[in-house]
Design a protein around this ligand. Structure first.
Ligand code: ADP
Ligand code: MG
Length: 392
């Protein structure tokens, strides 16, 4: 099992706090976005992966008529009612759990409460989706405890609702789907129109590095919204000029973009180029992976970053710097910005046997150029969310 040490620590803390053992323990990993940037709301495709860092959730029923949840790292306890729980203002980590519980209880109302505790090793707020991991380990444990049968998309939507309504974050479904559907050595390919999810073999010869230079996000909300607006405007234009139906940029090919871009405002045309190009790169990437062409797949990551710089302008000078350092490092097959952009982290595809040397070289190279640290963590695509223990 991945992260056995975290599991052992959680069981020890659970026993010490509640005086009994849990009846169910679940696990859910964080995720990385590998290819397909800003394609989700354009109804396109994304490659992501579940990572080898995650969160465990231990639970047992109680007869107190209320739920108790403890964050194992802080050893703080929050109590909330079985029905009608509202978001809390302190210990806001509890909102991810409370929101997920609300979504599950709507599927199957409960008369008994539970005692729970969670513990994980995903760095919080660094773009690896510790929040989705927390929601999905909560969901997996309570589905087992409450005997709820629900598919991945249903659970992902419950997590998304928790983010929207309880944590105040209007995220898509990628984080939850990746956490649920990831598998050892595989990438997750999601079609955001149909929500069809497939896994694609990446194999053991490569892994990833996540590089976080702690670049400041400036005016991220406004930038994000303006990009979404430009994509919508472009889709409306293509719906008028193309002979086939267009409801989102997913319906527009690169060739159609080139043929008709002159009719668009140049900035809007540039913005639209990014998700259109990303969709084609994800589909081409799937073909390359089928053939085992990892070098070709890596080149698509480099092209993705170029597209972010040139067309979408959602990169950041410090991300550009770390991407350039990575792309020049031996063993690296490709590097790009990961996630929303305007800061954040870069994801690097690297040969597994050169990953440690590349990790050190990128961190040192960044430090030499800037005098500042860049956190570089090795990531291996790993199993998705699952129940890891169930008492007889
Ligand atoms: P990300 O999902 O990229 O890590 P978010 O801001 O969406 O960043 O979520 C981070 C928040 O999730 C934390 O501030 C905390 O409230 C909550 N959280 C997630 N995992 C844990 C954990 N293991 N312990 C405590 N809080 C957690
Ligand atoms: Mg999050």
């Amino acid at each position: 099992m991945v992260n056995q040490d975290v599991y052992d620590e959680l069981l020890e803390k659970f026993g010490a706090h509640y005086g009994v053992a849990p009846t169910v323990v679940s696990y859910a990993p964080g995720r990385i976005e590998v290819l397909g940037n800003h394609t989700d709301y354009n109804e396109g495709y994304v490659f992501s992966a579940a990572i080898d860092y995650g969160t465990f959730f231990a639970v047992r029923p109680n007869d107190l008529g209320k739920n108790r949840i403890v964050a194992g790292d802080l050893m703080h306890e929050v109590t909330f009612p079985l029905t009608g729980a509202t978001p809390v203002k302190e210990d806001t980590w509890a909102n991810y759990v409370i929101g997920t519980v609300a979504g599950l209880a709507a599927l199957k109302p409960q008369t008994r409460g539970f005692d729970a505790m969670f513990l994980g090793n995903i760095p919080l707020g660094s773009g690896l989706s510790s929040s989705a991991a927390l929601e999905m380990c909560t969901a997996k444990a309570l589905c087992a405890l409450w005997e709820i049968e629900a598919d991945a998309v249903t659970l992902a939507k419950i997590g998304q609702r928790a983010e929207h309504d309880y944590a105040g974050c209007s995220c898509g479904l990628l984080d939850q789907i990746s956490s649920l559907c990831g598998a050892q050595g595989k990438l997750v390919k999601t079609d955001f129109r149909t929500l069809k999810v497939e896994t694609v073999d990446l194999g053991p010869t490569v892994c990833f590095l996540m590089c976080n230079p702690h670049a400041k996000h400036a005016l991220v909300d406004g930038q994000y919204n303006s990009r979404r607006q430009a994509c919508e405007e472009a889709a409306a234009y293509f719906a008028k000029v193309l002979p086939h139906p267009v409801t989102a940029l997913r319906d527009v090919s690169w060739a159609e973009w080139e043929a008709h871009k002159a009719g668009l405002d140049p900035t809007v045309a540039a913005r639209a180029a990014h998700p259109i190009g990303e969709d084609e790169r994800v589909l081409e990437g799937a073909t390359l992976l089928e053939k085992g062409d990892l070098e070709g797949f890596g080149r698509l990551l480099n092209a993705s970053h170029k597209s972010s710089q040139v067309y979408f302008e959602n990169s950041h000078p410090e991300i550009d710097r770390v991407v350039a350092i990575a792309q020049a490092t031996p063993g690296v097959l490709g590097a790009r910005i990961s996630g929303g952009g305007f800061g954040g982290s870069a994801v690097v595809l690297v040969r597994a046997d050169q990953a440690e040397a590349a990790r050190a070289a990128i961190a040192e190279g960044y430090k030499a150029q800037t005098g500042k640290p860049c956190d570089v963590a090795q990531i291996t695509p790993s199993q998705g969310a699952t129940v890891v223990f169930r008492a007889e």
